[in-house]
Design a protein around this ligand. Structure first.
Ligand code: NDP
Length: 339
């Protein structure tokens, strides 16, 4: 079977492409320009013509994916802006929403062989930024951020704007399915992960250009978070390889069809990253800050996720935090980073 992966040069997507190829699928990956496909072509050269790059220069245009979807059996849509530096909500919302709808419209018109569509969604479309403690599940929606952004515009800040973009994009996808249910030859799965960390295999020209989530690991190790409040800030995380496995399982498991699936390994605080780094023997760097060893163990987390659906339907093996930290550090070192 052949899979279309959008935004194939991204942190998550490059791992999705790799895991799909390893599982025997043929993959067509979209990128915004031919030059963004070069690193991918080199990385996956051993797969020959089972991997191809396809340029879609503007995902927001009507018909953007009309050609890309032809002849594929599965579509995995990951392309969406993920950063907190947007000036206006529309900088994120338009590509997130229009990108999603334009893939689905192209499939409707030209994706006659498509049987399943998987969208990389997020837990930012699930949690409620103001109502916790809570254990969220797939019935929860973060419509709060959408109304915040509508009311206040850019003044809400970069993170709420990103949250709104992912919530609106995911709603648009499920609404599209509902509106077209009589005629669709495919079903939809959304994968909703929290912070995704782990060693990147996509093109990272310099560590300053690391993607938004993995750059947090570098920030923590390099001593840019020092006070206890910051180091014990709560979060939930999952390894990029676990997320990629989820994108493969989501196309293989019939029961995944029509489901929103939270894929999360668990809670963490940044101090846990430092503790894992400092436990590596021999020490990978001359000096990694110690922070407040063990402080993470005392935290009672306010926000957690019910992952029963993932366990029941996808049954993923999760990469541990210790492994993620060790592999991330090995990757930073291989790129010449030192402390
Ligand atoms: P990256 O920034 O590494 O990759 C994003 C991909 O989307 C790139 O291919 C990028 O293309 C493309 N993209 C971004 N903006 C646009 C745009 N305006 N038009 C067309 N393409 C665009 O991010 P991740 O790999 O981390 O994110 C991938 C997906 O996973 C996103 O949907 C994100 O919301 C989701 N996600 C990520 C999490 C994380 O912690 N990393 C957590 C939960 C969900 P280009 O390189 O050309 O800019």
């Amino acid at each position: 079977a052949k899979v279309l992966v959008t935004g194939a040069n991204g942190f998550v997507a490059a791992w999705v492409v790799r895991k799909l190829l390893e599982a025997g699928y043929a993959v067509r990956g979209t990128v915004r320009s031919a030059s963004k496909g070069t690193h991918l072509k080199n990385t996956f050269a051993k797969y020959g013509d089972k991997f191809e790059v396809f340029v879609v220069d503007d995902i927001t245009k009507d018909g953007a994916f009309d050609e890309a979807v032809q002849g594929v059996d599965i579509v995995e849509h990951t392309a969406s802006p993920f950063h907190f530096a947007a000036k206006e909500p529309d900088d994120l919302i338009i590509p997130a929403v229009r990108g999603t709808v334009s893939v689905l419209e192209s499939i409707k018109k030209y994706g006659t062989s498509v049987k399943r569509v998987v969208i990389t969604a997020s837990i930012v479309a699930v949690f409620h930024p103001a109502e916790y403690p809570a254990v969220y599940n797939e019935t929860d929606w973060n419509d709060f951020s959408v109304s915040e952004v509508k009311a206040k515009g850019a003044a809400v800040g970069g993170y709420p704007m990103y949250q709104a973009s992912k919530t609106l994009a995911e709603h648009a996808a499920w609404d599209f399915v509902e509106a077209n249910k009589a005629s669709l030859g495919w079903d939809l799965v959304t994968i909703n992960p929290p912070w995704i960390f782990g060693p990147p295999i996509h093109e990272v020209p310099s560590l300053e250009q690391l993607n938004t989530s993995q750059s947090q690991i570098l920030t923590t190790l390099s001593g840019k978070r020092t006070d206890k409040k910051e180091l014990t800030e709560q979060g939930n995380w999952v390894d990029v390889r676990t997320v990629a496995d989820a994108h493969v399982a989501a196309v293989q498991k019939a029961e995944a069809g029509g489901e929103r699936i939270i894929v999360s390994t668990g809670t963490f605080v940044w101090q846990d990253i430092l503790d894992a780094a400092n436990a590596i023997s021999p020490p990978p760097f001359a000096s990694i800050q110690k922070g407040f060893p063990g402080a993470g163990k005392d935290i009672v987390h306010d926000v957690a996720y019910d992952t029963a659906k993932e366990k029941r339907i996808l049954g993923l093996e999760h990469v541990s935090l210790e492994q993620m930290v060790a592999d991330s550090i090995a990757d930073f070192k291989a790129r010449g980073y030192t402390l």
